[in-house]
Design a protein around this ligand. Structure first.
Ligand SMILES: *Cc1c(COP(=O)(O)O)cnc(C)c1O
Length: 234
C-alpha cells in the first residue's frame, strides 16, 4: 500500500469513528508520525493532505525537515519523544510544539531558551496512564506543579495533554488510559482556566492500533505512524 492509499483508508476510519461517536471531523488533527521514514515518504504524506508531523528524535527531525518549512506553508512539526536537556536548544528552533513534556527539569531547561519570543513555544504535558510506558508525569499533583513552573516562564505556553495507552489488545485498558487523560483535563481546566498562555483544548491520544477508541474518548490529535507510513525498519 502506498502512503496515499494508507492515508485514505485511515481517513475513512477516522470519519466512521467520528460519526459513531457524534463528533465533528474538524475537531481532530491527524498528525503523521514520520520517525524512521525518509523525506520521500514525508513528501507523499504532504501531498496526501498531512500538514502536521511528529518526530521522536531532534537530530533525525532536523535532517529530514531541513528547508522543508520554507517550501511547505502550513507545515507544523511536533516533538513526541523523550527530549534530552542538551537537545533543548535545537528543539526550540525546530519544533512548533513539544508534546512529551514529562518532568520539571525539562521545563526549567526549556524556560531558559527564549527570553522574548514573538510567540511562546507550545507544550503538551504528558501524563503516564499506561502500565509499561515509563514516560509522563505520574499524577495530577505533578501536573499542577508543572503548570505553576511553566507559568513562571513567559517563553512557554501550554496547549493541552498527551498520553500513550498501554500496548495491548485489551480495549478496556486502553479506554481507561484515555479516560484518565480526559479526567485530568477537566481537573486542570478548573484549577487553571484557559487564558492567553494556558489552554487545555488539545488532547493528544490515539496511535495506529487504538485511534478509534481515542476518538470515542475525546481525542483532538491523533499521532499515527505505522498506519500511514507502514512498518518502521530498524
Ligand atoms: C511512534 C509513536 C507514535 C506512532 O505509533 P504508531 O503505532 O506507529 O502509530 C505515536 N506516539 C508516540 C509518542 C510515538 O513514539
Amino acid at each position: 500500500m502506498s502512503v496515499t492509499g494508507n492515508i485514505e483508508r485511515t481517513e475513512e476510519k477516522i470519519q466512521r469513528a467520528c460519526e459513531a461517536s457524534g463528533r465533528k471531523r474538524e475537531e481532530i488533527t491527524l498528525l503523521g508520525v514520520s520517525k524512521f521514514h525518509g523525506r520521500e515518504a514525508v513528501e507523499e504524506a504532504w501531498r496526501g493532505g498531512i500538514r502536521c508531523f511528529g518526530e521522536s528524535r531532534v537530530q533525525e527531525g532536523a535532517e529530514k525537515f531541513s528547508g522543508f518549512r520554507e517550501t511547505h506553508p502550513g507545515f507544523a512539526l511536533h516533538m513526541i519523544g523523550t527530549l534530552q536537556r542538551n537537545k533543548v536548544k535545537a528543539a526550540f528552533s525546530l519544533f512548533d510544539c513539544i508534546q512529551s513534556v514529562d518532568r520539571d527539569d525539562l521545563i526549567r531547561e526549556l524556560g531558559k531558551h527564549r527570553e522574548k519570543p514573538e510567540r511562546p513555544l507550545e507544550l503538551l504535558l504528558e501524563l503516564h496512564t499506561g502500565e509499561e510506558s515509563k514516560s509522563g508525569f505520574p499524577g495530577l499533583e505533578d501536573l499542577y506543579r508543572a503548570l505553576d513552573l511553566i507559568l513562571a516562564y513567559p517563553c512557554l505556553s501550554v496547549r493541552g495533554l498527551m498520553t500513550m495507552a498501554p500496548f495491548t489488545q485489551d480495549r478496556g485498558l486502553i479506554r481507561s488510559s484515555f479516560r484518565q487523560l480526559k479526567t485530568a483535563q477537566r481537573e486542570l481546566e478548573k484549577r487553571f482556566p484557559s487564558d492567553g498562555r494556558t489552554s487545555w483544548a488539545c488532547i493528544s491520544m490515539g496511535m495506529s492500533n487504538d485511534f478509534e477508541t481515542a476518538i470515542e474518548e475525546g481525542s483532538t490529535l491523533l499521532r499515527i505512524g505505522t498506519a500511514i507510513f507502514g512498518e518502521r525498519l530498524p
